[in-house]
Design a protein around this ligand. Structure first.
Ligand code: HEM
Length: 637
């Protein structure tokens, strides 16, 4: 084994990774290929310098990203600290500049509004279309059920059970519980009119505004707030969006934590009362009390959303990119929200965003579900529908299930995961923590062909049909739009013969391969780097995800240009700062766990610092410090 860290200045907070000689050789070969010249006589430092200079100066955007990511993800532990920020800035700058912002086209016909107001990014507006398509082309689609069955359906082992290998990057089910919150924040397709008239309308806004917690409009938010108190707080352990109740319970637990975080922040703001404009106890005058409540509520909401996005850009994206185990790299020290200078000018930010139908397709990550999550979905559906013949389910069954499972209209009375509320309306800390532990211990699935569970097959089939109705682009059209080479043939797309053959049989021509199965059944072989552990493993998904994530968060005014101590207060500004390097490799979620469930998330536990990775996996990574604990925590006082 070769310890790369021994050749550079070690960072005492970063455990030293081990890399086999074979892996190092493989990385060197990829770098040689990328640089287009021999590196045989160069030292590791010289190689890093060469790649750095080339990545920073190349004109070609995909090449710049690849070079920077090579250093940030594979050689991260030995890349000098002073190079990390410029490399991350380069990646963010190129990604943000490469995508039209905000998107230019609606997915359906678009008119100039009479009052000139800009609907981009608002809730209840149509999705964007990222990739323009030829309206006149004719389609002969294969049967969507066959597409799902042959390309996406989780294969079965000899014992008849669905084959569910653990996530190769050690990710836990909590990663994708967080993922469901991320995607449901920005996708809420409206199916309320059965004739499909308003298909294409998104009931959520295109921003990470924690709408699942707060709601999408005034009526929804009124059900959550505790306005009469004048303290800006919200109802205990309550969240707005009832779709989350149909998801595995860890997602609801995380929302409860964001609820508690809001109230923690609101109480702190009033306590600090930096500008002296609030009174405690709150004023008796009705108008003054309402004004105080509004000011504290909105400020706490801004701060809370920044905690949400901090976790997205650190623990979550880092985890999905597969770098947690490599102890750093992206997103280590990445500051995608900050000012960035590129080629002598500022990369803009805060320009707005409008989520598109292509990304609605991209994020349907049902193949990432853990075994317990699949069993959970089966349990819920069989209870509601009183049947288990998942392969026969049709869209109306889903609508029926939604109707039967309709939750209490008052969000304060809703529960999940078998929990009951106490007299004060809160859930037990112990039960919440245990639901989190369960999700932390369960290995997630991963992006792969033939990886989607049968129980969600009808959801995927509905999705494939929906994208046909919306005339979404094909996989190769999407790749061209991303600046990637189109796939030449089915084997180029997925080298696993049974999948390539099945797709050829269904579509005949790789140019006709639809975006939905094209993204979710893509192979791992061509990861773009040819490395043993490529980030995200799936090429088109990875590049699309990076584009979208950067557009979404850097396009948000409240995460960028309006993220100021003036808007957040000085206390709030300090509260949302990320710490790097840190025990969590720059992660942020431990702040919430330590703040809100401190006795359940102890200082030395991998459950606290790396909840998005299964403890058994982190045990193999964090070998240098014997004080780490990988066992399920027991409540401490
Ligand atoms: C057991 C867990 C899950 C269940 C039961 C579930 C169920 C569903 C259902 C019923 C829909 C159709 C909703 C509609 O269009 O009205 C849906 C859509 C969707 N799912 Fe899942 N899902 C699960 C996990 C996930 C995960 C882990 C992700 C990604 C991180 C994901 C991403 C999506 C996306 C992007 C949509 C489209 C949403 C929209 O257009 O509004 N799902 N899912």
């Amino acid at each position: 084994m070769v310890s790369l860290a021994s050749k550079s200045t070690p960072d005492p907070k970063k455990p030293v990774p081990q890399m086999s000689t074979a892996e190092l050789e493989q990385i060197k070969q990829v770098i040689q290929q990328w640089l287009g010249k021999s590196i045989a006589d160069m030292s590791l430092q010289q190689i890093i310098q060469e790649v750095y200079d080339e990545a920073m100066n190349t004109e070609e955007s995909q090449r710049a990203i690849t070079g920077a990511m090579l250093l940030l993800t594979t050689l991260a532990p030995v890349v000098p600290q002073e190079m990390v920020r410029p490399l991350n800035d380069r990646v963010v700058g190129v990604l943000y500049e490469s995508m039209p912002r905000p998107p230019q086209n609606m997915a359906r016909r678009d008119w100039r509004s009479l009052d000139g107001s800009d609907p981009l990014g608002k809730s209840n507006m149509p999705y964007a279309r990222s990739v323009p398509v030829d309206e006149s082309r004719t389609h002969e689609y294969p049967d969507s059920r066959e597409v799902f069955r042959k390309l996406m359906l989780r294969v079965r082992d000899k014992d008849g059970k669905e084959h569910a290998p653990p996530n190769p990057d050690g990710l836990s089910a909590l990663t994708f519980a967080y993922g469901t919150l991320v995607i449901h924040s920005v996708f809420n397709s409206d199916h309320s009119e059965p004739d499909g008239k308003n298909i294409g309308v998104n009931k959520s806004s295109s921003f990470f505004d924690l709408s699942l917690l707060y709601g999408n409009n005034e009526a929804e938010v009124a059900l959550i707030r505790h306005e009469a108190l004048g303290r800006g707080i919200i109802q205990p352990d309550t969240f707005s969006d009832n779709r989350v109740l149909l998801l595995p319970p860890a997602a609801s637990v995380i929302l409860v934590l964001f609820n508690r975080n809001h109230n923690y922040i609101a109480n702190k703001l009033l306590e600090e009362n930096e500008r002296g404009q609030w009174s405690n106890p709150p004023p008796l005058d009705k108008q003054a009390r309402a004004r105080q409540d509004e000011e504290i509520f909105q400020t706490a909401r801004l701060i809370n959303c920044l905690h949400f996005v901090n976790i997205v850009i650190t623990d979550y994206v880092g985890g999905i990119m597969g770098v947690t185990k490599n102890q750093g790299g992206w997103p280590g020290n990445a500051e995608p929200l900050d000012e960035i200078e590129m080629n002598g000018r500022r990369v803009s930010r805060g320009d707005g965003n409008l989520i598109s139908i292509e990304f609605n397709t991209l994020y349907r990550w049902h193949s990432t579900l853990s075994k317990p999550d699949v069993e959970w979905a089966e349990g819920v559906l069989s209870k509601v529908l009183e049947r288990k013949d998942w392969d026969k389910l049709q869209p109306p069954d889903y609508q029926r299930a939604e109707k039967i499972a309709r939750p209490d209209p008052d969000p304060r009375k809703r529960t999940f995961g078998g929990l009951e509320r106490g007299e004060d309306g809160t859930f037990s800390d112990n039960e919440l923590a245990n639901l989190l532990y369960d999700a932390i211990e369960a290995p997630a699935g991963f992006f792969r062909a033939q990886g989607s569970p049968l129980v969600l097959g009808f959801v995927d089939v509905m999705g494939i049909n929906q994208m046909r109705n919306w005339n979404v682009c094909t996989l190769n059209e999407f790749r061209r739009w991303l600046g990637l080479d189109p796939f030449k043939d089915f084997e180029d797309w997925n080298a696993y013969k049974p999948v390539a053959d099945a797709a050829r049989e269904l579509y005949g021509d790789i140019e006709k391969l639809e975006l939905y199965p094209g993204l979710h059944a893509e192979g791992h072989a061509d990861d773009g780097y040819g490395l043993p552990y490529p980030p995200l493993r799936v090429h088109t998904m990875r590049n699309g995800l990076l584009f979208d994530a950067i557009a979404l968060i850097r396009g948000d005014r409240f995460f960028t240009t309006a993220r100021t101590p003036e808007n957040l207060t000085q206390w709030g500004w300090n509260d949302i700062q990320r710490v790097y390097p840190s025990k969590a490799f720059g992660g942020h979620i431990h702040n919430l766990l330590r703040r809100l469930l401190p006795t359940y998330f102890p200082e030395n536990s991998s459950y606290t610092w790396f909840p998005m990775s299964v403890p058994a996996f982190m045990e193999k990574v964090l070998t240098q410090d014997p004080t780490w604990d990988f066992t399920r925590p027991v409540e401490t006082s």
